[in-house]
Ligand binder design. Structure first.
Ligand code: ZN
Length: 238
């Protein structure tokens, strides 16, 4: 079994229900957990900003194989302690999938070490091109996917050079974006995936669900440490 924790800042849900409830009446986190839990070998739980320790205690992270992170305007409300705890869990092997406006979240910036800023414009249409069809995250995904409504995220995206660029976004405004990128940090795998603006039904799209599901299997650890990573001093060879 792969244990997935879907984290959401849960602020649109609490403060702007008129925006989010049209497509996600129970919140984005519950919607994502819902389609993932249809896989017989995935178990899902959810956690939110408002819970004690944002729902990401050491016990929860120890049991989490893959953490999915959706956030928008509450990044600064995440405690530095919890953000660093997530960072350390990634170094120990936990997979991390950061969605859409989560690009500025503290764990992503701690893992990548850059500003993770980008250009954006509201209300556009996106054609999401698969530029790495052999990658496990692109399994059973066509050459391109049309998203009739999506927020434009454009270059320059201030990230380190990715291990792989799996998807490229193109918008009717002419902008392009590295929409699906992978990184490895320590023992952990990271996937950032751009689609998922809260006003649009992006996560209802079967291909978007397939990409996120593929990413969970890809990011699940093969070897996870459950202790602080320390310097080793191996015995000299005889
Ligand atoms: Zn957005």
């Amino acid at each position: 079994m792969i244990h997935v924790t879907v984290w959401n800042e849960n602020l649109h849900e609490q403060e702007e229900g008129h925006i989010i409830h049209k497509h996600y009446p129970n919140g984005i986190h519950n919607y994502i957990a819902g389609f993932l839990s249809k896989q017989p070998d995935l178990t899902t739980t959810t956690a939110t900003l408002q819970m004690p320790e944002h729902g990401l205690t050491t016990e929860v992270l120890d049991k989490t194989d893959v953490l999915i992170w959706w956030a928008h305007y509450g990044h600064s409300r995440v405690s530095d302690e919890v953000a660093e705890r997530v960072h350390q869990a990634v170094l120990q092997g936990m997979g991390l999938i950061v969605l859409h406006s989560g690009h500025l979240c503290k764990p992503m910036k701690l893992c990548l070490g850059t500003s993770c800023t980008l250009n954006w414009r509201d209300d556009d249409r996106e054609r999401l091109w698969c530029c790495n069809p052999g990658h496990p995250i692109a399994k059973d995904i066509p050459a391109h996917i049309e998203l009739e409504q999506e927020e434009m995220y454009g270059e320059f995206f201030d990230i380190p050079k990715p291990d792989d660029v799996v998807f490229l976004g193109w918008y009717k405004g002419g902008e392009v974006f590295r929409s699906g990128v992978t990184f490895s940090r320590g023992r952990g795998k990271i996937f950032y995936f751009q689609p998922g603006h809260e006003e649009y039904p992006t996560y209802h799209n079967a291909y978007i669900q397939k990409i996120i599901t593929n990413a969970v299997y890809w990011a699940a650890p093969t070897a996870r440490l459950h202790e602080e990573i320390k310097c080793g001093h191996p015995e000299p060879l005889e």
